[in-house]
Design a protein around this ligand. Structure first.
Ligand SMILES: [Zn+2]
Length: 209
């Protein structure tokens, strides 16, 4: 199993030393999050009015980017956001082979690495084969053809809200891809933290229904 890259990082934009797993200092991560919102608005996401619509658009964009980053390793990667409710892991939104699919819930105890992400708040990679999975998770992974992967925690208000997960065929998820996913997770975390504020910025030219 691979944990976080165990070295001092520097902000990719300004070179300021930062703790792993971050790739950017807070200033530049926030700037990156604003870029996410600009991409959303430019990519035709014009219906974004409520905080919920903004949040869903950010989650969908996150999965599109995660699968794009993973596509050199696996042409048909699987990416999902999960929520953890008490002891149950619930898929919120899932992208598989370029299609939005509905995933299944499973007990947190059946997925030791997700349990560790919840306990530590730290990302993990190469989760699928590294430890025994419970029967339901094993069946889900087998059916999806997933044999390697990573999970990145996404917090809001200081507590874990989502796990960004990517599943691949093959033996392992490369470290470079893992670092990219951690970076993406941080960017999404900032964007999602701001989504309520973005959602309240309504276009005054639109009629109110
Ligand atoms: Zn910086």
């Amino acid at each position: 199993m691979t944990g976080m890259p165990d070295r001092l990082n520097r902000c990719v934009d300004c070179g300021k030393p930062i703790k792993p797993p971050s790739q950017r200092c807070r200033v530049h991560a926030a700037a990156a999050a604003r870029r996410v919102m600009e991409w959303l608005r430019e990519s035709g996401e014009r219906r974004l009015q409520t905080a919920g619509e903004v949040e869903t658009a950010i989650l969908r964009l996150g999965l599109r980017l995660a699968t794009e980053f993973a596509s050199p390793v696996d042409a048909r990667p699987r990416a999902a956001f999960f929520r953890v409710n008490e002891d149950t892991v619930i898929p919120v939104i899932e992208l598989s082979g370029g299609k939005w699919v509905r995933g299944r819930s499973f007990p947190l105890a059946e997925h030791p690495d997700f349990a560790e992400i919840v306990a530590t708040g730290k990302p993990r990679a190469n989760v699928v084969r590294s430890r025994p999975l419970g029967p339901k998770v094993r069946e889900i992974a087998a059916r999806a053809g997933v044999s390697a992967g990573a999970g990145v925690p996404i917090a809001r208000g200081g507590s874990l809200q989502w796990i960004l997960a990517i599943g691949l065929r093959g033996r392992e998820l490369p470290d470079e891809l893992f670092r990219t996913l951690i970076d993406l997770g941080q960017l999404l975390e900032f964007a999602l933290a701001d989504s309520a504020a973005w959602g309240s910025m309504r276009d005054p030219s639109r009629p109110t229904i």
